[in-house]
Ligand binder design. Structure first.
Ligand code: FES
Ligand SMILES: [Fe+2]
Length: 460
């Protein structure tokens, strides 16, 4: 349980908020590169950390992320013309380049120098791993890009997709780091293994005989704070004298790496659109080979978990309260239509009555209490919530530290993001030797880039 005050601190990321300041110390995914598919293509309305923005790709292929509103009289730049190295406002023709400079002002006399005094808010961007990243913090503190493995593999070796959840970012991320729910929410009754539709694969239980299994086969789940965020480890009986270790990572402020028994592996991140909406990016990669068609289909934006109801993502101009629209990917099964939950399916086939694992998660996290921000001050937490309690505290402490002038450590260590989460079967019952085995496995794969495991070195 959190106090109301801490819950607000945790969940509010707008300009000037303590958590918003922490987020503005990091490069954040804004769009998938293909969403701005070619030079001078149509601009997109986006919103990040509560700020209305427009993204466009100029004639040279560079991406700009600028204020949604023209500095002249605040008309919406989204409707402007993306032409000859800049985005031109439709109203009076002021034109801006990707760096925010006003490069043309046809409404002023030719001899005027007024345009040289006008700028539009713009944020630096990079393309890295098939994703457009943006940095919204102080320029003097801009970190290097995080060295995720999925960003360093060739494009054919990875899959990146995104969708939205209509809730605060943190409950999406809590769902990601809450491994216990998989035994219940993601359970099927027909005994088949679940399709691993997310990074790391599904770990949901499955019960035979068309009935749910309410026995939680207890695994020991332990969180450990590190310099980069948190390791969530769990181990369970595998065979005589052997334990299966699952060692997942959560990196401040929003990134996960979720372990799987084999490649491809990856994770997700939860980028706040505003305090009541989040865009989830899923990234999965293989270090040594291109993903197969089957893997791409399974991991892609429209992962088919069950033929009868294959949810599809559709680009939608999604209208936020207040009337501002963002261009985003929205699931056909959504909050407004109760996710088309099928009660007969729920009685006979799976626990949720909803086909895809991704949607099952969304059903649970979009409302945890009255409204889109979870009411953590009303919760009754149990022992398996320990990783969430730890994650909340780490993030709250990091935001408070920053208020006192202490910068987050992993902004200066892009290599903290470079590890990979994989499962290991080991006789060890302690985390540290199991982590060393993971490191040895990672080193045994030949990679032209460096993959490090900062976990053992950076435990606080
Ligand atoms: S409002 Fe944009 S040029 Fe006038
Ligand atoms: Fe889940």
């Amino acid at each position: 349980m959190l106090t109301k005050e801490d819950n607000e601190l945790l969940t509010h990321t707008g300009p000037g908020t303590p958590m918003g300041e922490l987020f503005r110390r990091f490069w954040m995914p804004a769009l998938i590169s293909d969403e701005l598919s070619h030079p001078d293509c149509a601009p997109l309305r986006i919103k990040l950390l509560g700020e209305d923005l427009v993204a466009f790709r100029d004639s040279e292929g560079q991406v700009g992320v600028v204020d949604a509103y023209c500095p002249h009289r605040r008309s919406r730049l989204y409707f402007g013309r993306n032409e000859e190295s800049g985005l031109r406002c439709l109203y009076h023709g002021w034109k801006f380049d990707v760096a925010g400079n006003c490069v043309d002002m046809p409404s002023e006399p030719p001899e005027s120098t007024f345009k040289d005094k006008v700028r539009i808010k713009s944020y630096p961007t990079r393309e890295w791993g098939g994703v457009i990243w943006t940095y919204m913090g102080p320029l003097g503190l801009m970190p290097e890009l995080p060295l995720f493995e999925w960003c360093q593999v060739p494009p054919s070796h990875r899959s990146v997709s995104r969708w939205i959840q209509e809730c605060n970012y943190f409950q999406g991320m809590e769902g990601e780091m809450d491994s216990t729910h998989a035994f219940f929410l993601h359970q099927w009754f027909d005994g088949r293994q679940m399709q691993p539709s997310g990074p790391g694969g599904a770990r949901g239980g499955h019960a035979g005989g068309g009935r749910p299994n309410f026995v939680f086969n207890s695994v020991q789940i332990t969180p450990r704070q590190t310099d980069f965020g948190m390791i969530r480890s769990s181990h369970s009986h595998e065979a005589e004298g052997l334990r299966r270790w699952r060692i997942d990572r959560w990196m401040i402020p929003i990134f996960s790496l979720i372990s799987a028994s084999s490649y491809p592996v990856g994770g997700r991140c939860f980028v706040p659109i505003d305090d009541e909406h989040v865009t989830v990016f899923q990234y999965v990669s293989h270090p040594e080979r291109p993903l197969t068609d089957d893997e791409l289909r399974r991991l892609g934006p429209n992962a088919p978990d069950e033929k009868k109801y294959t949810p599809t993502l559709e680009r939608a101009a999604y209208h936020l309260p207040g009337g501002y629209a963002i261009d985003t990917w929205r699931d056909q099964l959504n909050l407004q239509n109760d996710y088309l939950q099928d009660r007969e399916f729920q009685r006979t086939r799976n626990m949720s009555g909803v086909p895809s694992q991704r949607t099952q998660d969304t059903v649970m996290v979009e409302r945890q209490g009255d409204g889109p921000i979870a009411e953590r001050y009303l919760e009754r937490l149990g022992s398996t919530d320990a990783p969430l309690i730890k994650m909340r505290q780490i993030l709250i402490d990091a935001a408070r530290d920053l208020q006192r002038g202490i910068e987050p450590k992993n902004t200066r260590h892009p290599e903290h993001f470079s590890t990979v989460a994989i499962e290991v079967v080991s006789p060890h019952t302690e985390l540290d030797p199991a982590l060393q085995e993971v490191e040895a496995i990672l080193r045994s794969h030949s990679r032209p880039w460096k993959v490090g495991d900062p976990a053992t070195a950076s435990v606080l």
